[in-house]
Design a protein around this ligand. Structure first.
Ligand code: GCO
Length: 257
């Protein structure tokens, strides 16, 4: 193996990816598996997960499933314990699971705000804390939170999502600072507009689609697989001194007027 390939080698690393049944989560899991990781796919539906695991193992990759709702703390902890029991350690976590809810702020229901924050922020905190405990116990690891281009910049009708994702940016930095001397690096990936199921309604809206294409300097929506490289990098030896960083993957949309 050359120095170059060793930099991004994840061989023998066990990585849990939440929200990995589809979209960005599955794409990041596939990229990590292609670079040698044993990936543990999380989602809520066992049948969907099984099909996705099969799609990876059919390529010769090491993949398995852990079905649980990320907002269920006991279930998340039990899954982490099963992973460590099976493989001896958890080396990486990609806290990617998230939900979206689009309603004008004046009409935004409190219960929907709480639900979005619970999934997109609180669940990432719980999973990150519990994963970090297990990483510290076995020599360290790396955590990636999936945030969003939105947060520092915003758009109407998604106040809960934006509040949660901006809070997750801050949590990423807080955990990076507190866990550095325990051997745990914590970073985030901030996708721009990606062609995922969560965004189907936006893609199908001609006006919104034209706005994204026109406002993005690279002139298009991202494909989920274009998030894989950032995940591999942030989990790999190539990022051994990278922590507290928010890595944008947004086609330069966040820096364009
Ligand atoms: C929306 C979208 C966004 C994207 C992404 C953009 O309603 O504007 O769902 O939130 O998913 O987060 O960076």
């Amino acid at each position: 193996m050359t120095v170059e390939t060793a930099l991004f080698d994840l061989t023998d690393r066990t990585v849990l990816i939440t929200g990995a049944s589809r979209g960005i989560g599955f794409a990041m899991a596939e990229a990590c598996a292609a670079h040698g990781a044993r990936v543990v796919l999380n989602g809520r539906d066992p049948a969907t997960l099984a099909a996705k695991v099969e799609a990876l193992t059919a390529q010769g990759y090491a993949a398995e499933a852990e079905a649980f709702d990320v907002t269920d703390e006991a279930a998340a902890i039990a899954a982490l314990d099963r992973i460590v029991s099976r493989h001896g350690a958890l080396h990486g976590l990609i806290a990617n699971a998230g939900v979206q809810h689009r309603v004008p702020v004046l009409d935004f229901p409190t219960e929907d705000f709480r639900r979005v924050v619970e999934t997109n922020l609180t669940a990432c905190f719980v999973l990150g804390r519990e994963a970090a405990k297990r990483m510290v116990a076995t020599g360290g690891g790396a955590i990636i939170n999936t945030v969003s281009m939105l947060g520092p910049i915003t758009r109407p009708t998604v106040p809960a999502y934006i509040a949660a994702k901006e809070g997750l940016r801050a949590l990423t930095r807080a955990m990076a600072v507190e866990l550095g001397d325990r051997g745990v690096r914590v970073n985030a990936i901030a996708p721009g507009y990606v062609a995922t199921e969560m965004n189907t309604a936006l893609i199908d809206n001609q006006e919104f689609n034209a706005w994204v294409v026109g406002r993005t300097p690279l002139g298009r929506w991202a494909e989920p697989k274009e998030l894989g490289g950032a995940a591999v990098f942030l989990l790999s030896p190539g990022a051994s001194f990278v922590s507290g960083h928010i890595l944008s993957v947004d086609g330069a949309m966040s820096v364009a007027v």
